[in-house]
Design a protein around this ligand. Structure first.
Ligand code: ZN
Length: 464
């Protein structure tokens, strides 16, 4: 009887402690969101990054300007230390000349003169150009890689257009992106294998417009490095409709080329943990962007949200036990050198990484966190969902992370978590000239910053 009483008492005390903890957590999280929606500076910071600096591809003048701005800005924020972490980055240059046009001869018409038109194009990142003179050749339209294999004997000496349409039926547009992006990243070499002289890739875009969307390609060094350019979705649709009725010749002109690697930097701010151990919780986004537009959603948003975490924790007067490290990573877009260097340094310095969080999916309303970690950690991570539900986070799932924190997962088995905002509009403007500050909503951006700060607070307090 006495034993039962003692056990009941212990369970009662435990439940009370847990209930008190949940109450404290929900009060703190309410404060985090309240403060962020009313006072956060992320939107103002994004305005400066987009409008005063603009795009910032690795190795460009914009990259250096952005790094210096980030260092200065972090120094004005409540960090204990702010520093550059050097890494070599690739330098790809688009060059001045970049254009493409077509001439169409209708098989069914008696007219000998062809229809001429210009195409909206952007060279793909890391692509070679046409070496000062246009490449002209007959067009072959290929809808997917299966068709490429079937028609491989028709490819030699031709310009291939990959006309793979972004599948609109996916509710999460990242699934559609994953499905379509292989034509951009590997299509050039796969066509070069069969003798193609250049490729055009239908833009990986959800938008019903004609803005080309760039992005990195990877050459397979076994084959010729042929020029590769993204073309607007409407232009791809037009070429496809003409192709059925005749012959199309394409002319491409591009100065794109790679230069020597150059020095870049991760820009880092740290809040020292009260336990004075080498335990880290990392939060970040990538500071580089493509050399067009302003890199507002990709990934200026993730950078200013990560920076804001420091303001938020200070505003609620929370002193973290662990070191909180904010990293604005270098060179996510065409090399991942910043993320790789950060993980290498973490190993070299014997750091213990409790978790890493990345925001690199746009500055839209936060909807979910997705994490890659072991089962026990996943249970704990998922148990926090009720605390975030009221703020629009309705899912905490397994399976996510971020490109820049991927090397921490690979090399140190760090649990990695990605912020998943609403994805409906992201691929309308991802890697296009339309990714500008005006496309970002202040409240949505600040909700995302608050969600990240809340998760960091929970991980810091409870461990993972
Ligand atoms: Zn990105």
């Amino acid at each position: 009887m006495k034993q039962i009483l003692i056990i009941t008492l212990i369970v009662f005390v435990q439940c009370k402690v847990e209930a008190q903890q949940i109450n404290t957590d929900s009060t703190q999280i309410a404060k985090i969101f309240d403060w962020s929606l009313n006072h956060a500076k992320a939107y103002d910071n994004l305005n400066v990054l987009c409008k005063k600096i603009g795009h910032r591809l690795s190795g460009s003048a914009g990259m250096y300007k952005a790094e210096n701005w980030a260092l200065r800005t972090l120094k004005e924020m409540p960090f204990d230390t702010v520093y550059f972490q050097e890494c070599m980055v690739p330098k790809w240059v688009r060059g001045k000349n970049e254009n493409a046009s077509f001439v169409f001869i209708n098989n069914k018409s008696s007219k000998t003169k062809g229809k001429y038109g210009k195409l909206n194009v952007l060279s793909l990142g890391n692509s070679e150009g046409t070496n000062g003179k246009p490449i002209i050749g007959p067009l072959v339209i290929i809808n997917d890689f299966d068709e490429l294999e079937k028609r491989k004997d028709e490819i030699k000496g031709k310009i291939v257009l990959y006309n793979f349409a972004f599948k609109q039926s996916y509710i999460r547009t990242f699934n559609g992106y994953g499905d379509a992006v292989k034509y951009r990243s590997t299509g050039a070499s796969r066509a070069a294998k069969y003798g193609a002289i250049a490729v055009l890739v239908r833009s990986v875009s959800t938008a019903p417009d004609n803005h080309p969307h760039t992005g990195a390609l990877r050459y397979d060094t076994n084959y010729a490095k042929i020029p590769a350019l993204a073309i607007g979705v409407n232009d791809a649709i037009l070429l496809n409709s003409l192709y059925k009725n005749g012959k199309i010749d394409i002319s491409i002109n591009s100065d794109a080329h790679m230069e020597k690697d150059t020095i870049g930097h991760n820009v880092i701010g740290e809040i020292y943990g009260t336990n004075k151990l080498k335990n880290y919780i990392t939060v970040g986004g990538h500071l580089d962007s493509w050399d067009i537009g302003e890199g507002a959603h990709d990934d200026g948003a993730g950078c200013v949200q990560s920076m804001e975490v420091a303001n938020i924790l200070a505003a609620i007067n929370y002193k973290p036990k662990n070191n909180i490290r904010v990293v604005l990573f270098a060179n996510e877009e065409n090399g991942l050198r910043g993320g790789t260097k950060h993980a290498e340094k973490a190993i070299e310095n014997n750091e213990n990484h409790i978790a890493a969080i990345e925001s690199d999916a746009g500055g839209f309303s936060p909807r979910a966190f997705t994490g890659t970690m072991n089962n026990e950690q996943l249970q704990k991570f998922k148990s926090w969902l009720p605390l975030l539900w009221n703020y629009g986070i309705t899912e905490m799932n397994s399976g996510g992370g971020g490109a820049d924190i991927g090397p921490l997962k690979e090399k140190m088995n760090t649990p990695v978590i990605g912020l998943s905002p609403d994805s409906q509009r992201y691929f309308d403007l991802h890697h296009a000239t339309t990714d500008v500050f005006e496309a970002v909503n202040k409240r949505e951006l600040h909700l995302g910053a608050a969600a990240m700060a809340a998760l960091i607070y929970l991980i810091d307090l409870n461990g993972l």
